[in-house]
Write a protein that binds this ligand. Structure first.
Ligand code: M6R
Length: 611
């Protein structure tokens, strides 16, 4: 979604802003712009990529030691040059960039038009810029007060940066529902939607909380609430490393992240599983174990790939810990008046920690008195701050829009939680527990083995890259993998794909089967193996094409399927961690062969901060 960068200090702002915008490209956007103050206002914006903006600016001089940059993901108004940010106010006093949605913008716009204001764009942001200016001019107040008063009149979500031509020594930033991070340098400050544009300049950061307003001069930072209560900024140290946000020689971030999975999983269980695999320690949940043990029910809330990880979690918690689980989409849960009990445990899963629907669902669950836990990848993001307790996945930054290593890291955390809970509730024996924990620690090296099949998978991709539809089937623990395989294919290669529980095929999708459509079947040796073998036969009986992900050495399916991809043997509870790998590789290769923008697929955003 939209990305924000800002700079104030003694350096030329423009190169910092452009580099920052490039760091934020992964979030997804359709236009970009920059504005600087240097006695005058310098403002350039363009539909398209940051490189289009650079081309548009060309050799024109862009100097100034204070400035802001923005990548826009359209919500109000089509992606074009005019709707791109930054937006100037009508009398040129203010320049604003904004992430989020001002919900009452139409009414405010009407009132401002009534007071003589004219608008260039269709955006809610220009309304905000004009509202700030109107208050500033009418009330003869400071820019900061005008911003705070304006914000008290808007509904919705924002991450916001404002510059005022009359007060060119400061940036004013505010947050409600859309993240903002301040980087603290020596005699300079940086601002961004996440830490990636900041980390190469400083590791000292301040995460703004909802309702915070920051007034930033090059040597001074004042933090307060919208109502002018003074706050003490909490400076935190970034653990992010600059190398983690580079492609490191890979053609795409997605490919790098697929290959990082052995490390991401190992990093996620490192320090949490003891050396002889007899104990799991999840420090972030320490205070809530009694609640977990006594939970009436677990509700897992997430979106997209994280929701698929949640489905695996359902199977794990129910099988091991014998607690009923419901898995909900944040967007449905928040609006459908769900029944939530005080002794429910709600687990929100999110890579970014900023997904608007998941955050709203968390708020609802908290209001109902449930204990809310988070499983998140981005440290310091909103979800870990909104939840009562939680566990970080240590997958490292995930830049590719298609989630890969975040999924396997989330499943790793869910596995540890389910096993630990099962042990505490005496639902599994010590031997079973130790065996499963040991098996989990073997997963990284088994993924290394699975990754060796890259050339074989690429050859399969070559055969099916031109298909227009694909079906993904799986049963039990492998049903969520089928869903995830289908999502990966559709989001980066734009091929229509559906994931189904294999037995449901007979209730509809079987009608689609013909000799054109590949059917990807996840069929490793598990408790429903015989059943899925029958499903494969059903597809073959109708001249369907079967590409099966199977357990190494499986001769039965090899004789039925058109192609098999063999992954190492593992207990069925852990099979999602292995079987998803070839499906990620397959989607990746198909998308590359089709010439798609793998890391930034059309219309998609990495963190979906609007509902
Ligand atoms: O950051 P989150 O995990 O909350 O994001 C949820 C979804 O937006 C995300 O998983 C999305 O579906 C990915 N593009 C899938 O690859």
């Amino acid at each position: 979604m939209c990305g924000i960068v800002g700079y104030i200090g003694d350096k030329e702002a423009f190169p910092i802003l452009i580099k920052g915008l490039k760091r934020l490209e992964y979030r997804g956007y359709d236009s970009a712009g920059v504005a600087l103050l240097n006695g005058n206002t310098v403002l350039y914006k363009r539909k398209g990529k940051v490189s289009d903006l650079e081309e548009h600016i060309g050799s024109q001089e862009v100097s100034g030691k204070i400035g802001m940059g923005h990548t826009r993901w359209a919500t109000h108004g089509e992606p074009n040059d005019v709707n791109a940010h930054p937006h100037k106010s009508f009398n040129d006093k203010f320049i604003v960039i904004h992430n989020g949605i001002i919900e009452n913008y139409a009414r405010l716009k009407e009132k401002l038009i009534g007071r003589g204001y004219e608008f260039d764009s269709e955006t809610d942001t220009e309304v905000l810029a004009n509202l700030i200016e109107y208050i500033y001019l009418k009330g003869d107040v400071t820019a900061e007060l005008a911003v705070r008063l304006a914000l008290s009149k808007v509904f919705g979500a924002y991450g916001l940066v404002v510059m005022c031509k009359d007060e060119p020594d400061k940036l004013i930033a505010a947050r409600k529902g859309s993240p903002l991070v301040i980087g603290v340098g020596k005699g300079e400050y940086f601002l961004a939607s996440d830490a990636t544009p900041i980390v190469e300049y400083t590791k000292s950061v301040i995460y703004l909380n909802d309702g915070d307003v920051a007034v930033i001069k090059k040597n001074e930072l004042k933090l307060k609430t919208i109502d002018n209560e003074i706050l003490t900024p909490e400076i935190q140290e970034l653990s992010l490393d600059i190398g983690e946000i580079d492609k490191m020689g890979y053609e795409h971030f997605m490919l790098k992240e697929i290959y990082e999975q052995p490390k991401a999983i190992a990093d996620t269980f490192r320090g949490r599983i003891n050396s002889d695999c007899t104990n799991i320690h999840l420090g972030g949940l320490h205070a809530v174990w009694p609640d977990l043990e006594n939970a009436r029910r677990i509700i897992i809330i997430a979106c997209g790939t994280s929701w698929h990880a949640g489905l695996v979690g359902e199977y794990l918690f129910e099988e091991f810990a014998r607690i009923p689980v419901e898995v909900e989409y944040g967007s449905e849960f928040r609006y459908r008046k769900p029944v939530i009990y005080k002794d429910d445990i709600v687990i929100a899963i999110s890579q970014s920690g900023e997904t608007a629907d998941t955050l709203a669902a968390i708020k609802l669950a908290k209001e109902a008195g449930a204990t809310v836990l988070g499983i998140c990848n981005v440290v310091g993001s909103s979800i870990p701050r909104e939840t009562d307790a939680g566990v970080y996945t240590h997958a490292g930054p995930e830049i590719g829009v298609a989630s890969t290593k975040a999924f396997t890291a989330q499943v790793t955390v869910l596995t540890m939680m389910a096993l630990k809970l099962a042990r505490k509730k005496y639902q599994i024996s010590e031997d079973q527990f130790n065996h499963m924990v040991k098996e989990l620690t073997l997963i990284p090296e088994k993924i290394e083995k699975a990754l060796e099949l890259n050339d074989h998978i690429k050859a399969i991709a070559e055969l099916y890259k031109d298909c227009t539809n694909a079906l993904y089937l799986g049963r039990g623990f492998l049903f969520p993998v089928a869903l995830e395989g289908a999502l990966k294919l559709k989001e980066i290669s734009y091929i229509h794909a559906e994931g189904y529980p294999a037995a449901e095929m007979k209730h509809g999708p079987i009608a689609l089967i013909d000799k054109e459509m590949p059917v990807f079947i996840v069929a490793t040796k598990d408790s429903s193996y015989e059943k899925i073998v029958s499903n494969i036969q059903e597809v073959k009986a109708r001249n369907g094409i079967v590409i099966a992900v199977v357990t190494q050495g499986d001769d039965t399916i090899k004789h039925m399927a058109d192609h098999v991809i063999e992954v190492p043997e593992t207990p069925e509870h852990l099979a999602p961690l292995l079987t998803v790998i070839p499906l990620q590789q397959l989607s990746y290769h198909i998308a590359v062969m089709r010439g798609c923008n793998v890391d930034q697929p059309r219309n998609l955003a990495k963190s979906v901060t609007v509902e």
